[in-house]
Design a protein around this ligand. Structure first.
Ligand code: 0GY
Length: 309
């Protein structure tokens, strides 16, 4: 018999999430939504998928809700992570325990039953994620993904797209054909050593504009090359990512979303202090009106439309 402790041995070199994050200096507006975060396990209760590419440290709903409260966040959008495959049990458990303060983005296969889709909807799921990042998944064929999109359209759900910037030209015709709203993770993962005015990011912005896409200005800690500041009390981290995120917020103020990406899977160099990630926000959304749109009004329209009027 397999020893469960061995089966879920954490990937070598895996960085644990940051315990004891600082209190941010930036006070989040009331009703702020963390629109991109995950739960991992706990593995003993919600085993990781056989096809996973990594085995993370457990990051339970209790840990997520503690971080939410510490940072002054009101609600979460929990995104199914690849380490759980298409078993959405940990996600549904977290949504059910959140008392209406969380929505979810699930992984759904074409053969998922209507009853299961309804169950996910009742639990708070409002979208599915299509992942094109090769180190994370064997991406499903586009016909299968299109079939999923057709299944979820009547529920009013959207598709969250995770891809890397060089892959957009090959994927954009497929994306534009999907019959549901689109949300892009982490600004389409730009190479921040290039100019935010350069052709690659311009191409991304035009795709966003032409297709009314929503964009998460998340993951500065993943996109950065210059990294966080030295531990010298400086709280303005990830400066090389700021011009990209600010451009998105300025141009698409009503379709930008923000999230922590806690517990930050697959980071190799450093694990962010989530308090610093909150202090990154006013550099990206530079006025109270933009902060209100990014953190409160936009995610509410997408995930709690019944409240938005
Ligand atoms: C993220 C980013 C990553 C991982 C996943 O589902 C996942 O495994 O999303 C990554 O490794 O870039 O959004 O959490």
């Amino acid at each position: 018999m397999t020893d469960p402790d061995q089966a879920f041995a954490v990937t070598p070199g895996w960085l644990d999430w940051y315990r004891g994050p600082t209190k941010p200096a930036f006070v989040l507006p009331a009703g702020t939504v963390d629109a991109h975060c995950h739960v991992f396990g706990p593995a003993a209760e919600f085993p990781f998928a056989a096809e996973r590419r990594y085995t993370p440290v457990d990051a339970s709903r209790h840990d997520l809700f503690a971080l939410r409260d510490h940072l002054g966040i009101a609600r979460n959008v929990i995104v199914q992570a690849t380490c759980h495959g298409a078993d959405n049990s940990a996600l549904v458990d977290a949504l059910s325990a959140a008392g209406g303060r969380a929505r979810g983005v699930a992984t759904v296969r074409p053969d998922t039953s209507d009853a299961e889709l309804r169950r996910l909807h009742e639990a708070g799921v409002r979208g599915v994620r299509f992942n094109f990042v090769r180190r994370l998944v064997d991406t499903a064929p586009t016909e299968a993904l299109a079939a999923v999109a057709r299944r979820i359209a009547p529920l009013g759900w959207h598709v969250v797209l995770y891809f890397e910037a060089p892959d957009l030209p090959d994927l954009e015709t497929f994306f534009a054909s999907l019959p549901v709203p689109l949300v892009i993770d982490h600004m389409g993962r730009p190479d921040v050593t290039r100019s935010p005015e350069g052709p690659e990011f311009a191409h991304f912005l035009r795709f966003v504009e032409s297709n009314d896409v929503w964009v998460k200005v998340s993951c500065p800690e993943r996109l950065t090359v210059t990294g966080p500041p030295a531990l010298d009390g400086e709280r303005h981290a990830y400066r090389d990512v700021v011009p990209f995120a600010r451009k998105v917020v300025d141009e698409f103020t009503d379709r930008a979303l923000w999230g922590t990406d806690w517990p930050h899977p697959n980071l190799k160099h450093h694990m962010p202090d989530d308090g610093l990630l909150v202090d990154h926000i006013p550099h990206v959304a530079t006025t109270p009106a933009r902060q209100q749109a990014l953190l409160v009004d936009n995610p509410r329209r997408l995930y709690w439309p019944e409240e938005a009027g």
